[in-house]
Design a protein around this ligand. Structure first.
Ligand code: TYM
Length: 340
């Protein structure tokens, strides 16, 4: 089966489990904005059902995070006129298809998911069933739209392989060509932005240390301070990318610079090779503030009118359901569920 029978369609999602980070922006949202301008239909989602899998959030916080994430999408350049912007729980077909995928996916497949193992930690017995089933809901998010392309950061690669396995098994079990075999889109210098405090750990909204990440809501002074304090080694920057091998913190800052400036790592090193971090960090801080400050101030402006955000999401859900209702109906028919 090829993708050609399917409309070129992009789906991706972000959890409203905390503040948006520079990792989310560079690894995912920047690509979302680019793909919106290309030949695809684009659907972007706040995955609030996923956000309660690792731990239950205070309800008011979850609602606020969801609206703030919507504001972050829009402030970063996702236009509700060009893309469908939705909140997962407002489009019930995601969860309905997920149930069917829970019956397609095998326990062995799910047990191999490294993100489950990381998030569950030593005490898997105490983690929620939702956390274990998380990747099946993610597959449903994507496949309920027959999405052909999914832009994500590097950490989602294994989940997208599972999505392909679920689509393949469904198609084989029922002898249909119904679900597409989705292509991951993992591109650019910043597919894995690392913590500013530890170059071996991913920058994450759930890290206990706020200094480890740049939040999209941080003001200029905070951004500059966090970059100034970022962990580095004592050497100068190399003039070639090979010189970044075994220097994870240095590589991380160079990757961030490259992606923010929209140039290659080689170009960054051509300009800054030989510089000490004492000189490179202020240059990076200035670039980061220039690129991120307009987004954070636009986010704050949008957050002043939550009713407008709610209107955008209600409209997005209506548009989304024009796609998801017929796909779910057809899935039920294929499976033999009488359904609604
Ligand atoms: P989440 O909320 O953890 O992250 C959202 C997106 O940001 C990317 N990302 C990063 N990229 C580079 N460096 C980092 N440090 C970094 N941290 C996060 C993630 O790779 C992701 O693209 N499971 C997803 C949410 C999801 C989803 C989906 C994604 C649910 N359903 C369907 C795509 C399609 C997640 O946890 O994202």
């Amino acid at each position: 089966m090829t993708d050609s029978q399917f409309t070129p369609r992009v789906f991706s999602g972000i959890q409203p489990s905390g503040c948006l980070t520079l990792g989310n922006y560079l690894g995912a949202i920047k690509r979302f904005v680019q793909m919106q301008e290309e030949e695809y239909e684009t659907i972007y989602c706040m995955v609030d059902l996923h956000a309660i899998t690792a731990k239950l959030l205070d309800p008011a916080t979850l609602r606020k995070n969801t609206r703030e994430l919507a504001a972050g999408f829009i402030a970063s350049g996702i236009s509700p006129e060009k893309s469908i912007l939705i909140n997962q729980s407002q489009v019930p077909e995601h969860a309905q298809l997920a149930w069917i995928f829970n019956c397609i996916a095998r326990m062995g497949w799910m047990q191999r998911m490294t993100q489950f193992k990381d998030k569950a930690g030593k005490n898997a017995e105490a983690s929620s069933l939702g956390l274990f089933a998380y990747p099946a809901l993610m597959a449903a998010d994507i496949l309920i739209y027959h999405a052909t392309h999914v832009p994500v950061g590097d950490d989602q690669k294994q989940h997208l392989e599972l999505t392909r396995d679920i689509a393949t098994k469904f198609n084989q079990e029922y002898d249909v060509d119904f679900f597409p075999i989705t292509e991951p889109v993992i591109e650019g210098a910043a597919t894995r932005v690392m913590s500013l405090r530890d170059g071996s750990k991913k920058m994450s909204k759930s890290d206990a240390s706020d200094a480890s990440r740049i939040n999209m809501t941080d003001d200029a002074d905070t951004i500059a301070k966090k970059i100034r304090k970022a962990k580095t080694d004592p050497d100068a920057l190399p003039s070639e990318a090979k010189g970044l091998d075994d220097r994870p913190e240095a590589r991380n800052l160079v990757n961030i610079y490259a992606e923010l400036a929209e140039i290659t790592v080689d170009q960054v090193l051509a300009d800054h090779g030989g510089a000490q971090f004492g000189a490179f960090k202020p240059a990076l801080a200035e670039l980061a503030v220039t690129k991120l400050a307009p987004i954070s101030s636009e986010m704050a402006r949008l957050m002043d009118d939550p009713a407008e955000i709610d209107r955008i999401l209600a409209h997005g859900a209506e548009q989304a359901r024009e796609i998801t209702e017929p796909v779910l109906k057809k899935t039920y028919e294929i499976v033999g569920l009488v359904g609604a």
